[in-house]
Each structure stands twice: as C-alpha cells, then as structure tokens.
Design a protein around this ligand. Structure first.
Ligand SMILES: O=C(O)CCC(=O)C(=O)O
Length: 367
C-alpha cells in the first residue's frame, strides 16, 4: 500500500493555521510531504525534464567534464553500488554564475541552458518558501533562508526489463536541511520508511507537485523535532526514470545550531554547534570507514548493525561519491560521538588490520 503523504498547499500553509499545523505534523512524523500551489508553471517542469534527458544523452567524456566543486558534487557514474543510477550535480544552484558554469562545463546547447537557468531560479524561490513556512509552523517567524546554498541534482535510472525489482538507489537520508524533489510522473519506485513500523512504503508520484524530504541538517537545526526521512528507489518498470532534486543545504556561514526558541528546559540542546562542511566530511569518512569495515575480514569492530543489511553496504567503486547517498542510520550520532580508526595486529594471521571503533561521548557533553 502506498504511503499516505500529506499534501500541503503552499499558498495556504503561510496563512491558514490548520494547514501550517498539518505541515508541522508531517515533518515531525514522516519527514516528508507534498506541495501544491508552488507557482512553477507546468511548461517549465516539462521543459526541464527534456533538458535533463538531453544532458544524460551526452557522451561519457562530456558528462565527466562536470567535475566536482566539492567532493561528490560533479558527475556520478553508474557504480558497483548503484549500477542503474547516474547523476549530475551543481553547486551552488542559488548562484546564477554557478549555474552558468555548470552549463558551460557541459557545453549545453542554448535552449538547455535557458531552461536550466529558469528552473534553478524558480526552484530556489520554491525551496526558500517551503523552508520559510516550515520554520513559521515551528513558531519561528521571519526566518530567512534566502542566502542558504543549494545543491541541485538530476538523476537518471537506466532501467530495462531485466532490472525490474532491483535497487535504483540504496537506502539513505539526505544531508540537507530539506529537499524539493520533482519526481518522474510516469515511473514510480521511490519508497520512504515509515518511522512507526520501519517498513518501506511506496510513494506514488503526483504530476505537477513536489515531494519535500527533511534531511539531517533539518533534524539537527530543529533540535530533533523534524524527522530526517529514510528513503530508497526501486526499479518498478522497464523504462528509464528521471528525477530532479534541489537541496537546501545549511546556513551560509556553514554553522549549524538550533535557534534559541527550539531549546528550553523540556527540550535541552541535543547537538553541539557544528559546521556543515565538517559534517559532510564526517559523512564521507564515516562511509569510507564503514566500507572498509564491511569488506575487512578480521580485526574490525563496528558498534552497531552496520554490516547486517546488504543494502547498507557500500561497493568498492569510488565513483559513487555522492554525499547525500550515505547510509545514515548512525548519522546524527556522529555529532555526539567520536570515531577511532587504528591499525592493530591480528592474532590469527599476524598482519595489521584496520580497527574501527566508536566512543559515545554522550549528549550531556554538549550543553
Ligand atoms: O529519484 C528519486 O525519486 C529520489 C532521489 C534521491 O533520493 C536523491 O537524489 O537523493
């Protein structure tokens, strides 16, 4: 059965208290909702999908010209972990010069450039609006997200008859504050985890609307009130699937901490102040450590059930460096814990193996 994802009219959410309360409840429970009334014309949504198809049809060497701005922000080729998936990323989609540079690197034809630029501009307005109504639903009025950097990602899933039933992209949470997703209105396959049961349930696409996902920064920034939704994509049809995501990352100065109104005697501060850049770095090193841990034969300790679920294991192919696709079961606990990596000699084979261990410092360490 498909997930019951609340549908929020963006025009009402800013004005009607009941709509605002529904929005808050959706973010606190499921960590996702759908928006209508966003003001992006249907024509632009369709043109953007055509532009995305044109970019994915570029030859491989042209695609690889979209090099990383920061690790994991360039071209993501199909990999051992996600063989059906490829993506282009753009940072910062809120800065017109960066959008230009992205189109330039790919030598995109003029009509594709125009569409990508118009879409990035419109989607930036949408993401800022959504974040604003979300903040005011939590009682934080007039909080501006206008200068927060945005990452843009276009995804293609190369499905065929043989791949039906396979994984499109593995389980992950987004590292962002929130994500606005234009789904493929014809091909479903996105599934979200219901926090009440832990079950993954399909999310049926609704043409003309956007799906909003709360990410890890959303959870940290709200002092744990907003739920970062775990999701994955499965191949449900033998035709290529396209999706387009815009991520509102974090504050411009890079420093993430819950605003004072979210902290009181009943809700003590849960996370120390941290830098978004350091956090991305931690996610990456955490994932690499996990990948090593999952592959090593002996001498490795991992504190929780990291290797238990095959979908959570990372492949050997380093092409898939997209930071938003990390297994994040323990993600926010990174902020309240320390990871130790050491070389230790193995009693059985006498060679040195990497030992990974995690020491929880406890929340009380960060008042
Ligand atoms: O393709 C989708 O529906 C989801 C994409 C996604 O999860 C991502 O880009 O992080």
């Amino acid at each position: 059965m498909a997930a019951e994802v609340p549908v929020i009219d963006l025009r009402l959410a800013g004005a009607a208290p009941e709509e605002s309360a529904r929005l808050r409840a959706a973010c606190e429970r499921l960590g996702c909702f759908r928006v209508t009334g966003h003001g992006v014309p249907w024509g632009l949504l369709a043109e953007m999908k055509a532009a995305v198809r044109a970019l994915f049809d570029l030859p491989d060497d042209a695609k690889r010209r979209n090099t990383d701005v920061i690790p994991g922000s360039g071209y993501v080729a199909p990999s051992a972990t996600n063989p059906l998936y490829e993506a282009f990323e753009l940072l910062d989609a809120a800065t017109p010069a960066d959008v230009d540079a992205f189109c330039e690197r790919l030598d995109a034809p003029p009509h594709v450039r125009e569409t990508v630029k118009a879409y990035a501009e419109k989607m930036h307005d949408v993401i800022v609006d959504v974040a604003g109504v979300l903040a005011s639903s939590l009682g934080l009025e007039e909080h501006s997200f206008k200068d927060w950097p945005c990452q843009f990602r276009i995804n293609r899933y190369n499905y065929t008859q043989d791949t039906v039933g396979s994984s499109g992209v593995q389980i992950h949470t987004d590292s962002s504050f929130l994500t606005v997703l234009q789904e493929d209105e014809c091909v479903g396959g996105l599934e979200v985890s219901d926090p009440a049961t832990g079950e993954f349930v399909p999310v049926d696409p609704v043409a003309g609307s956007f799906l909003i996902n709360i990410g890890d920064i959303g959870t940290a920034w709200s002092n744990g009130r907003l739920h970062n939704v775990k999701h994955r994509v499965r191949c449900v049809a033998p035709v290529p699937r396209i999706s387009i995501a815009m991520f509102l990352l974090g504050p411009k100065d890079g420093s993430v901490s819950a605003p004072e109104p979210f902290v009181d005697a009943d809700h003590p501060r849960r996370y120390k102040e941290f830098s978004y850049g350091d956090y991305r770095g931690l996610r990456l090193s955490h994932r690499r450590a996990r990948r090593r841990g999952a592959r090593a034969v002996g001498g490795v300790t991992w504190p929780r059930s990291a290797a238990a679920d095959p979908e959570h294991q990372f492949g050997a192919n380093d092409d898939f460096e997209s930071l938003s696709h990390v297994n994040c079961d323990e993600l926010l606990s990174i902020l309240i814990s320390k990871i130790f990596v050491s070389l230790e000699s193995c009693n059985t084979c006498s060679r040195a193996h990497t030992k990974i261990s995690m020491a929880h410092t406890g929340r009380e360490a960060f008042p």
